[in-house]
Write a protein of this length. Structure first.
Length: 230
């Protein structure tokens, strides 16, 4: 069976009418598909992230990633100083408004079934979580998502299928931060917080130093199961 996805650059438009770039991969086949809005790490939608977008499309999801740093320093970057600099400049509340518009755009796409999940990597993990608590995302997942521990007063509003993944050897998201997340979300139906033994930051990223193929596959399988439940 031909499973070649179609990938292209796309344009997102804010509610104020401002255009910015994104990336879209459409699964092979006819009809509509559930969708995933990916919120990348601070390096943006680089070649590595484009490959991950295509991989989720190969699994049957209409998958897109917005360039959500378009208001500060747009585009992908391999420069750590640039990446951290624009993260520090990023306005979380404005970013959520922009993400809400991006969710609407993807939900209204002619190949979308109407269901949209949000998947966040690192800094994007916070936006995935808040997409579930504030923006009506149909499912939520994050790999080594940062800053979520600062928004646990919203945990009661997370009611959609959720799959959060951390490593116990991640200095960017230490267990002192993960523990409160587990406590706040424990006992909630359809919500899983998984800590992977030996996992480092970027365990899901094939081109990064912390990549762990076994953990990446295990966590990816869990995320796919979560999204298929929405």
């Amino acid at each position: 069976m031909d499973n070649v996805v179609q990938s292209s650059n796309i344009t997102f438009t804010t509610r104020e009418g401002e255009d910015y770039d994104g990336r879209l991969s459409v699964p092979a086949g006819e009809g509509t598909f559930p969708a995933i809005l990916i919120m990348p790490a601070i390096f943006g939608t680089d070649a590595e992230m484009e490959g991950l977008i295509e991989a989720f499309a190969q699994d049957g999801f209409l998958t897109a990633a917005p360039d959500y740093f378009f208001r500060t320093v747009p585009g992908p970057t391999a420069e750590i100083e640039v990446a951290f600099g624009r993260m520090k400049q990023h306005d979380i509340e404005q970013g959520l408004v922009d993400m809400s518009d991006a969710l609407d755009t993807l939900r209204e796409h002619e190949r979308c079934s109407g269901k949209v999940a949000v998947l966040g990597f690192c800094f994007g993990g916070l936006f995935a979580y808040l997409g579930g608590t504030r923006l009506g995302a149909d499912a939520v997942a994050a790999y080594h998502g940062t800053r979520i521990h600062s928004y646990l007063d919203e945990a009661d509003r997370l009611t959609v299928p959720t799959s959060l993944h951390y490593g116990d050897d991640d200095p960017n998201v230490p267990m002192e931060q993960v523990g409160p997340i587990i406590e706040a979300l424990s006992g909630k139906a359809n919500v899983d917080v998984v800590v992977h033994a030996g996992g480092k930051h970027n365990f899901s990223m094939p081109s990064k130093a912390g990549y762990d193929p076994a953990i990446a596959q295990t966590s990816r399988d869990a995320v796919l199961a979560c999204f298929r439940a929405m």
